[in-house]
Design a protein around this ligand. Structure first.
Ligand code: FAD
Length: 306
């Protein structure tokens, strides 16, 4: 389904993010996870896009498989890094042929270990250029073309410490034709609310989906700090995790509790969508729904509107 139709029919969206698995076993596990999460009736799911060639093929294969084997709407991430215009054109043509209707257009992080890689050789340096390019393509037999999302950073993107310039850059992506913004994970809702207000002041009127990642383990917390550069991990959360000592089970409970409270508060404050970074697991997301007292996203949306 086109993202504009999803927003039209869902006052609050609920979505799940996956990454392409590297082995057959991991792939089988992911489809089991997806079967569990399908029961929660997400508005859509999205699949990340890596820097290497084989990872990229895996994203494509996974997206097409989700489209063909489930009733989920699958959104593919796509990045500027390591791509010529002809390659991007070919990817979009393949997606259109497979009836993939939506793309999350990203700058992408430059690969760390790719020999001789020069960012200057990429067709596009910034996501707004990719948004414009995707919008200029035909998409799936629909005059609207592909639905396009972009990334937003409630706590700021480390590449642009000047927060006023950063907002100009975000506005440029929306003006280029983005239909929505999906945010980086954050642990303090105040950061999201402030970001939403700054977007409003900048004249950004598209839906903003809040990125939620429950902490599942101490290792996962360390990984979040490494991957989501600049993400603030509040002292209160750190203390709660430390209190768990060596109990992995307790850390997972603390993570789910924290994320549930975040979701509850976001729903109370009319968030347009919750986007769960699932790490290809279903347990934490399912528990959050459970603690919110609902069986699926439809019930959650109805309650959000109360
Ligand atoms: P851009 O919008 O291009 O911004 C990158 C930096 O450049 C920012 O600091 C911005 O302020 C600045 N900038 C933008 N335009 C200009 C301009 N015209 N002039 C000067 N500066 C400018 N990465 C992946 O590799 N694969 C994924 O699948 C992936 N999925 C993600 C999903 C979400 C929801 C989020 C939030 C991030 C994701 N990322 C992914 C990470 C993302 O690619 C990186 O954080 C990247 O550094 C920024 O991406 P962007 O799309 O915001 O890039």
């Amino acid at each position: 389904m086109h993202i504009l139709d999803i927003f039209e029919t869902n006052p609050t969206t609920f979505s799940f993010e996956f990454f392409p698995p590297k082995t057959d076993k991991a792939s089988a596990d992911l489809f089991e996870t997806m079967a569990h999460l399908q029961a929660l009736q997400p508005s859509f799911v999205s699949v990340t896009y890596g820097a290497g060639g084989t990872t990229r093929e895996r994203t494509h294969d996974l997206i097409v498989r989700i489209q063909q084997e489930t009733n989920l709407t699958a959104i593919s991430h796509l990045t500027c890094v390591c791509h010529s215009e002809a390659e991007l054109e070919a990817i979009l043509e393949r997606y259109a042929a497979s009836k993939i209707e939506n793309i999350l257009a990203l700058g992408g992080d430059p690969p760390r270990n790719l020999q001789g890689y020069d960012r200057a050789n990429d067709a596009f340096q910034y996501a707004d250029q990719l948004v414009r390019f995707v919008r200029s393509r035909l998409g799936v037999a629909d005059s609207r073309g592909f639905g396009v999302g972009v990334a937003g950073f409630p706590e700021g993107h480390p590449g642009t410490p000047n927060r006023l310039l950063e907002m100009d850059n975000l506005k440029r992506k929306v003006d280029a034709g983005a239909d929505y913004i999906c945010t980086q994970l954050f642990f303090q809702n105040a950061d999201f609310y402030d970001f939403r207000e700054r977007c409003d002041l900048a004249g950004i009127r598209v839906p903003i989906l809040a990125g939620i990642m429950p902490v599942t383990s101490k290792e996962n917390l360390a990984r979040i700090a490494e991957l989501a550069l600049g993400a603030r991990i509040p002292a209160r959360l750190l203390r709660a995790v430390e209190r768990c000592g060596d109990s992995a089970e307790s850390v997972a409970k603390v993570g789910v509790h924290w994320a549930t409270e975040q979701c509850r508060d976001l729903l109370d404050n009319e968030v347009r969508g919750l986007h769960f970074y699932t790490l290809n697991r279903s347990d934490a997301t399912r528990q959050i729904y459970d603690y919110l007292g609902v069986k699926d996203s439809q019930a959650l949306a109805r309650r959000a509107a109360v």
